[in-house]
Ligand binder design. Structure first.
Ligand code: C5P
Length: 224
């Protein structure tokens, strides 16, 4: 069915930021709003897919007809993805996962206690997309995102290969119309090329996150 190109397929999407708890009242997070990932989940549903959306804390409405798994931390997101990945045909990771979390979560609220300076120790979080890339089986399609502030293509190319993705969608935080809270995006799309040093690169014009979602899903639907 050309109007439902994803009918019968399972699509797994991650979206939003993560929250990494410091104590019972505080956490580390980032500016992700979840708009890109939610647009992808909605569009995949519209295209006929059975959609699982693993979402960090956002203020967006859960899309109708989409199976939403709400998580907070990167570790929780990792668990949710591990549970859903096996059944997934097309996996798209649009979440802005915290790279680090506090090494310890204080049981009680951290007090000033007259201190002028305290040190926070952070430990690295699991890279969920890299795990999926390492554990993907034949026929599974994998797409990652990358937000960069410098050397966009070079950094994105590295992620495409190191995380074993079929597609990597990169945007520059500082490009007008791209980035976190906007309804539009301006992206560079990378696909594996003849060798790791030379991915296939396309620069897409500025478009709504909804249109971008549709174009990305249409390309991914044709891959496997
Ligand atoms: O390396 P970087 O964080 O820029 O990679 C971005 C891509 O990797 C995104 O698709 C993001 O959802 C995913 N990612 C992840 N788990 C992490 C870090 C990033 O799934 N811990």
């Amino acid at each position: 069915d050309s109007r439902l190109p994803l009918r019968g397929r399972n699509v797994l999407v991650t979206a939003g930021p993560t929250q990494e708890p410091l104590d019972p009242v505080r956490y580390l997070t980032n500016h992700s709003t979840g708009k890109m990932g939610y647009a992808i989940a909605e569009q995949a549903r519209n295209m006929g897919a059975k959609v699982t959306l693993v979402s960090g804390p956002v203020s967006l409405q859960a899309p109708h007809g989409v199976d939403v798994v709400n998580v907070r931390s990167a570790q929780e997101m990792f668990q949710a993805v591990q549970g859903a990945f096996e059944a997934s045909d097309i996996t798209i990771m649009a979440a802005a996962v915290g790279d680090f979390r506090p090494a310890e979560q204080a049981a009680e609220k951290i007090k000033k206690n007259g201190r002028e300076r305290i040190t926070l120790e952070l430990v690295s979080n699991p890279d969920i997309l890299a795990w999926a890339g390492a554990n993907r089986r034949e026929g599974q399609t994998l797409c990652g995102f990358a937000m960069e502030t410098q050397d966009l293509e070079k950094n994105a190319a590295k992620k495409l290969t190191s995380k074993h993705c079929d597609m990597l969608i990169a945007n520059d935080l500082r490009t007008p119309g791209a980035g976190f809270a906007t309804d539009t995006n301006v992206v560079t799309v990378l696909r594996p090329g003849a060798n790791a040093e030379q991915p296939h690169v396309e620069h897409w014009r500025k478009m709504s996150k909804r249109e971008l979602a549709e174009r990305v899903l249409t390309e991914l639907a044709g891959l496997h």
